[in-house]
Ligand binder design. Structure first.
Ligand code: CTP
Length: 404
């Protein structure tokens, strides 16, 4: 992906053992298409060398406000005018205190203070010992930095370099990469609660066997990620899939269609948008055996009776909140042929304002897809693209239709 193409990021490193993660982060940002200018404080250079950061960023690292190589001798002005964002990772407790007071006695703090505040956002990834993090001074500084418009990324929890365990270590480079990408996405669903179902369901025949399908969950997970990037609070009700949870998304794992229905109905009470991407099993064995069904040696095969599963989407689409327009329901249709006709008929049958058609066998398990959006006015095609790119387009379409 090239999610940061055209973005110029000033990456500031301050003193902390997490500087080693900044090396990977620099690489990750460049891989996403960004250009990166590294500024290091004197303390940062105690933890990682400028040589490493220069090699990774392909630019000389700057560290002094007295650097005479700048023709106008104003590195802090030049650096901050070019940037689409200043990202400080790691951001030490000391540097947070400096930012808070508008101190400007080194190149990085000077650049932060001199930046055009409305045009160049400041993002910080704090990194420190758990006691330093929990200290009232740090928490006070954090609240004020947020009030001043700084985006403060979460801290991680776990083992710390000092041997203690708790909150305060810097997020991993992959997590920060995702957070930086999300930061740049338009906040089309800000303040909205979005509920997504994804993946297959598994209907037990007995304790060791069951019926499921080939849905990978990738489209639903991409939609959950895109909705969160757009500023929504996202709940993802996932059938049995082995996919990592998108950052900032709250995930509920379920197994059967019945479990999925219960969880979805519960969370739909608060939701503004419901997107049903899950491939729910249409039927389940009527009487799942409590014990493993054994062969009896005679060659006889077991006879299975089925009952129809509840239709989760149709249930929610008929709820009073959906009918009054408070809950905007989006369905998916995995078809094998006649996509437009089948998707149009399914939209009417499910009673949803928007139905997204795709060709099941061409998308299950793949990283890309093509979508056909059907609503009351007709159909539009979203041509083949990565599932994440399509998910972002779908989020735009939903935001427009829901008039957020
Ligand atoms: N869906 C659901 N609960 C079900 C079945 C489907 O919520 N029990 C949702 C899916 O998540 C999807 C949409 O309904 O958003 C369409 O599902 P699909 O299985 O493609 O359609 P069906 O209703 O099963 O119709 P058909 O089998 O005729 O294609």
């Amino acid at each position: 992906m090239n999610d940061l193409a055209g973005k110029h990021i000033v990456l500031g490193l301050t003193g902390g053992i997490a500087c080693y993660k900044a090396a990977e982060l620099c690489r990750a940002l460049i891989k996403e298409g960004a250009t990166v200018q590294v500024i290091m404080t004197e303390a940062a250079a105690q933890f990682i060398t400028p040589v490493t950061m220069q090699a990774l960023s392909n630019r000389p690292v700057v560290h002094s406000q007295w650097d005479a190589r700048e023709p106008n001798n104003m590195a802090h002005i030049n650096l901050s005018r070019e940037a689409d964002a200043i990202l400080i990772a790691p951001c030490s407790a000391d540097f947070m205190a400096k930012l808070l007071h508008g101190r400007a006695d080194d190149l990085l703090s000077l650049t932060c203070l001199a930046r055009p505040i409305d045009k160049v956002p400041l993002l910080i990834a704090p990194a420190m010992n758990r006691e330093m993090w929990a200290h009232p001074a740090t928490q006070r500084n954090l609240a004020q930095l947020r009030a001043d418009g700084t985006t403060v990324f979460d801290v991680g929890t776990g083992d710390q370099a000092c041997g203690e365990t708790g909150d305060g270590r810097m997020l991993e480079s992959e997590e920060l990469r995702e957070d930086v990408i999300a930061f740049f996405q338009p906040k089309l669903l800000r303040g909205q609660q979005v509920l997504v179902t994804a993946g297959p369901t598994y209907e037990a025949i007995d304790p060791v066997r069951g019926i499921t399908n080939l849905s990978s969950g990738k489209m639903g997970f991409a939609i959950a990620r895109a909705a969160r990037e757009a500023g929504a609070e996202v709940t993802l009700v996932a059938g049995p899939v082995h996919l990592p949870t998108p950052r900032g998304v709250s995930r509920i794992n379920v197994v059967s269609a019945q479990n999925m229905l219960e969880s979805t109905v519960k969370h739909a009470q608060e939701a503004d948008v419901f997107i049903a991407t899950s491939a729910v099993a249409d039927w389940r064995p009527a009487n799942a055996s409590e014990q493993k069904i054994k062969k009896d040696g005679s060659g006889a095969t077991p006879t299975l009776q089925f009952v129809e599963n509840p239709d989760i989407l149709a249930t929610l689409a008929q709820s009073p909140r959906a009918q009054s327009g408070d809950l905007f329901c989006v369905g998916f249709a995995a078809e094998s042929h006649d996509l437009l006709a089948n998707a149009t008929a399914k939209r009417a049958r499910k009673g949803v304002p928007l139905l997204v058609g795709n060709i099941g066998p061409a998308t299950f398990g793949q990283d890309d897809n093509a979508l056909l959006l059907v609503d009351a006015h007709g159909a539009i095609e979203l041509p083949r693209n990565s599932k994440l790119a399509l998910a972002r387009q779908l989020v735009r379409e939903i935001a427009t239709r829901k008039k957020i």
